[in-house]
Ligand binder design. Structure first.
Ligand SMILES: [Zn+2]
Length: 349
């Protein structure tokens, strides 16, 4: 009995401490599999708390009567977790989901939303999701390497002395193995409401513009622009890290980013990485893309295979802006894609 009372007191005390801590630091709120960072009034940025593979980061827009979620995340399990975890920041129901593009880590949670939720995407997102996306390289590259990665992690766990590091590695193993189970539930579900090239949702005082600015990271990228709040949610068209380019249209991407920069915003909420301010990073990424194209085109002319060229491309000059660049060489999928489009151009229509 006494132990029980003590436990209750500890819990209450911890709760008070926690609330105090939050009031003072206003740091992100952790709820289940997600961490919610408040970006503006009613606007949050959901990222992984580390207990589950959730895939993309999801911007959340809370309106007068409902919440709008950008990206349903990587699996039905992640999407269900997001809906449950959202209760920590709002009691309003999710009524809109916007797919920033068709990639699995952004849109494979779509299926959990019932008929009272409108899932919106670009017309091309629907088209792409009606093809065999689960047999395509981009998705397969998220599942096929997992067993080897788990083996490598287990070797590191066996050698790791630091208990905290060990626990972090063990969590990675658990999340990776759980992901392989969670994907079994996926039934690819395209958006039911599509548009081109733009649509506007007016919800109370809030204006939410959904814009297709052209081909870039894919041919499905939607940008969510909140003109009053001067915020833009960019999916993988623009990240704070280097975006995957295995399905990209690199040359057009540079021009599409010009259109993005022409919008009047000061805060960017990207599909991966962290929220950032201003347009400097976008300009830097355009330079990066131009440089990748130039180097790959030259290596292709020399007769190198895409995979050999990928090891030679040197983007270390961009390290200060994109810390994920670790050394010489880039993702072979990006180079294979440039070769593919050079051999088989896909004219825009
Ligand atoms: Zn993507």
């Amino acid at each position: 009995m006494r132990a029980c009372l003590a436990a209750v007191l500890v819990a209450i005390f911890a709760g008070v401490m926690w609330m105090d801590g939050r009031a003072q630091t206003a740091g992100p709120l952790v709820s289940g599999a997600h961490r919610f960072e408040k970006v503006a009034e009613g606007i949050y940025y959901a990222t992984a708390s580390g207990t589950m593979n959730v895939g993309a980061n999801s911007p959340i827009v809370i309106n007068d009567d409902e919440a709008l979620v950008i990206d349903s995340e990587i699996t039905p399990a992640a999407a269900r977790a997001l809906v449950a975890d959202l209760k920590a920041i709002t009691n309003k129901p999710v009524r809109y989901v916007v797919d920033s593009h068709y990639h699995y880590d952004h849109a494979f949670g779509n299926q959990i939303f019932g008929p009272d939720v409108q899932v919106i995407g670009h017309v091309n997102t629907r088209k792409r999701m009606l093809t065999n996306v689960m047999e395509q390289y981009t998705y397969l590259s998220s599942v096929q390497p997992v067993p080897a990665r788990v083996d490598a992690l287990r070797k590191r766990i066996a050698e790791e002395k630091d208990p905290q590091q060990k626990a972090a590695l063990e969590r990675q193993v658990a999340n990776s193995l759980a992901y392989l189970e969670q994907v079994k539930e996926v039934k690819v579900t395209p958006p039911s409401l599509t548009f081109h090239p733009m649509m506007t949702l007016t919800r109370g005082p809030r204006e939410i513009q959904l814009l297709y600015l052209g081909r870039g990271h894919t041919d499905t990228d939607v940008v969510v622009f909140l003109p009053k709040e001067r915020i833009v949610c960019t999916g993988d068209l623009m990240e704070s890290v280097i975006s995957y380019a295995g399905d990209a249209y690199m040359e057009e991407w540079i021009a599409t980013l010009d259109k993005l920069r022409a919008l009047d915003f000061d805060t960017v909420m990207p599909g991966h990485g962290v929220v950032f301010k201003g347009k400097g990073k976008i300009e830097a990424f355009q330079k990066y893309l131009r440089d990748v194209l130039a180097q790959v085109t030259a290596l292709r002319k020399q007769g190198l295979s895409a995979d050999d060229a990928a090891q030679k491309v040197d983007m270390t000059a961009y390290r200060s802006e994109f810390v994920s660049i670790r050394g010489i060489g880039i993702d072979p999928a990006a180079v294979r894609r440039i070769y593919q489009l050079a051999d088989h151009p896909e004219p825009a229509h």
